[in-house]
Design a protein around this ligand. Structure first.
Ligand code: NDP
Ligand code: CA
Length: 314
């Protein structure tokens, strides 16, 4: 029998105005089924814990526990047969962009390429535009993609963009990730500039495969799009990322690192609450994935509200 999932509390970061409806955003690399079973080498995770017939319910349970308005997923290799139909029946509209040469395709018995998927509440938002981006690095096309949606809030009428991406993995690729990040920022800037309204705020959720010390992190922090990373608000000084968003053991050793981020426009949104990270004890000695948690990456969940513009307060 599987032990219960780790309990996580929402930490309020700000007393929010009751009249301002919140937007709950989830960022999560769910671990591609083909990679988890075929390539990753999670030596402390029993193979039975990765069995798709059961693991899919743990992924869906995690999403349904928090019921986000927007769900940004990476390593989705069961979109058409699982997430699209199930999430649709739960009230989410969605879009999926596969990686051009997904490593899943190398795995025997794979279920197709993995990619990025974006889900949003059909009741809450109206879709204005959708873009599937292929990221470049030094003018060359890469194997990494992004999905960008322009949404209109049905309650307030406010328009914003949300992007989901998964940058190139592994050490030695820091400069490459920096270039991919620069290209993503450039493509996002171009999309934002085509909007009818001026100053459309933005969320960028992703597995950046980069620690906060990397070039791509600095590029996002210092970009002219005025982005900030939501999970910094969890720290006592307000400027430090969590100690880990992924924690796993491979034959090469243990890897505990902060690679996943929820970026938001500083001028458009405020962070009202952030889902705390499970403790080392909750994660357990065999780390992730495990019988009680289905991915090697933890989900990030944040509540935002629109910053009221003076003329909209009337
Ligand atoms: P990445 O290097 O970005 O990584 C792909 C996946 O591997 C990620 O999901 C990543 O997870 C995971 N990963 C990271 N570190 C390790 C590790 N140490 N051991 C095992 N898995 C790890 O992939 P690319 O998009 O650049 O694709 C490269 C891969 O694609 C190669 O493995 C190659 O074999 C394959 N390929 C397939 C082609 C095809 O047609 N099928 C063509 C060309 C390449 P996370 O992000 O969570 O760290
Ligand atoms: Ca992975």
């Amino acid at each position: 029998k599987r032990p219960p999932r780790p309990h996580r509390d929402f930490i309020r970061t700000r007393a929010s105005a009751a009249h301002n409806p919140q937007i709950r955003v989830m960022q999560w690399n769910i671990l591609a089924q083909a990679l988890g079973e075929g390539k990753d080498g999670f030596v402390r995770c029993p193979m039975e814990a990765l069995n798709w017939a059961e693991r899919k319910y743990l992924i869906l349970e995690e999403i349904l526990t928090y019921r986000p308005d927007i769900v940004c997923l990476q390593e989705v290799d069961h979109y058409y047969d699982t997430f699209q139909p199930v999430m649709s029946s739960l009230g989410y509209q969605s879009s999926f962009c596969p990686k051009p040469c997904s490593p899943c395709l190398d795995v025997c018995g794979n279920n197709g390429p993995d990619g990025c998927a974006l889900f949003f509440s059909r009741e809450r938002f109206h879709l204005l535009h959708i873009h599937h981006l292929r990221l470049s690095a030094m003018s060359l096309k890469t194997n990494q993609v992004a999905v960008v949606a322009t949404l209109q809030c049905q309650v307030t009428g406010r328009v914003f963009c949300v992007a989901v991406t998964h940058l190139k993995a592994r050490s030695g690729w820091e400069t490459f990730r920096g270039a991919q990040g620069a290209n993503l920022l450039q493509q996002l800037k171009a999309i934002l500039s085509t909007q009818q309204e001026e100053a459309v705020p933005l969320f960028v959720c992703g597995d950046f495969n980069a620690e906060p010390g990397e070039e791509v992190y600095r590029r996002f922090m210092n970009s002219p799009l005025c982005l900030d990373s939501a999970y910094r608000t969890l720290s006592t000084d307000g400027t430090t990322e969590p100690s880990y968003t992924t924690w796993k053991i491979r034959p090469s050793g243990e890897s505990c690192s902060t690679l996943d981020y929820v970026w938001y426009s500083r001028n458009g949104f405020s962070v009202d609450a952030v889902l705390s990270m499970p403790s080392e004890e909750q994660i357990g000695p065999d780390r992730l994935p495990s019988y009680h948690y289905p991915s090697d990456h933890l989900s990030l969940v944040c509540d935002f509200s629109f910053i009221q513009e003076p003329h909209r307060l009337m």
